[in-house]
Design a binder for this molecule. Sequence first.
Ligand code: ADP
Ligand code: GLC
Length: 488
Amino acid sequence: MRVLYITAELYPWVKSGGLGDVAAALPPALIAEGVDVRLLLAGFRGFLDVFPGITDIARLTSPFAGERVRVGLAPLPGSESFAYLVDHPAFYDRPGSPYAGPDGSDWPDNHRRFGLFGWIAAELARGADPGWRPDILHGHDWHTGLAPAYLAARPAVDGHVPTVFTVHNLAYRGPFPGAVFPELALPPEFFSIDGVEFFGMVSFIKAGLFYSDRLTTVSPTYAREIQTPAFGWGLDGLLRARAGVLTGILNGVDTRVWDPRHDAILPRPYGEGNAAAGKRAARAALQRRLGLEPIEGAPLFGTVSRLTPQKGLDLVLAGLPELVADGRQMALLGSGDSDLEQAFAAAAERYRGQVGVMIGYDESLAHLIIGGSDVILVPSRFEPCGLTQLYALRYGALPLVRRVGGLADTVVDATATSLAEGVATGFAFDDDSPSALMSAIARATALFREREIWQRMMRRAMTRDFSWAAAARQYAAVYRTLRPEPMG
Ligand code: ADP
Ligand code: GLC
């Protein structure tokens, strides 16, 4: 079975969050399941510079302004698979993230940039590469939402190519003014409630949700939540109507990148057997790196995150005066909204030695924080899956999370019962309030002092299995509902 995996991000070259991690890990796991996967990427600067030997596959005339667009094929570095690249420098060879320029504002032609991306996916489904034609298109997030719409508008001549669409974050709906619709070269009737129209706008994610044959999202709880008004961003009605084709499949941990036993960034890599010593060394290195005092008897709380309202870190800011009491410390690495960046930078000044903050993006510091912290805070308002709490579990940094989405599905709150059963792996709270966060922090602090209980929780956390193989089996099962017969 051949699957075209369409993604805007791919770790380590182009990544703004977990989407890039997933694109690096899920395709190899699918290949191990026997699925023939190729990626479709936009020719962002981050890819063009590093991909070896891009060969010409097709030159297509874009439906927008009639430009010629080159589709190339390159072996994926470090993998047995290949990636198609939409090599259209006028659209993609720009500085900044895939979505925005260096000043942080979205590119004004994003509808055309990601429209073309989806259109090329549909062309590949229609046979643009005679040497490899996908049996299934699998798109991820709004950036790929128009692919199934273009395919619906002009199906392949010899039959429908089924489509799967995965929601990694419904909050990013890919909205554009309704006035751009004529530029997208879709049939006029597609601009309707049964189509890409969303309250007078064009929504790329709605296109993905409406036109795809199967929908998935990245945790079972988020699959239920997005069918409710509180988490549905106005799309809950459509998602309820499509509940029968929607599945929640948990993300996994890419152990090639996140494994404390073989993590060269840690001063002393560790497994369950020597976690205490390994973590002590990591914590000391982290304290030095962020200018924290070399305290040992109180927990060190860490966070690695995009700084957006989603992540609930304003609750941490509000709780900081109490958090740093009693010798507790906080280490944060993040970037994003400037008000949050400034507030955390100011907190680091104010609580010098107890709060260490690095504003920016830094893979190696991310590993040191996850390795060197006792607790990883993820107080998100919503969290489709969340990867940092999974990395934290594996590194024996117990996650303290808000009980939503994938956080609820992956962390077992320490209660009298879960502790007695030996299944507790972290801490969870419900209310969107600093006091709810702080009472969970107080519970964690109390247990931290019960060394034996804490170490039992660490062992349990480190041995939980969040493998991509399990996720790949579930995706392959979704594919098989669409293509029951094995294909050549
Ligand atoms: P989201 O995709 O919503 O940002 P996830 O938890 O799924 O949340 O994934 C976040 C990914 O991005 C993780 O790999 C995390 O380590 C990484 N990350 C987030 N912020 C930073 C940062 N400032 N520096 C390095 N890595 C970061
Ligand atoms: C999104 C979500 C995050 C998820 C990631 C990968 O960015 O915010 O919860 O883990 O996608 O699926």
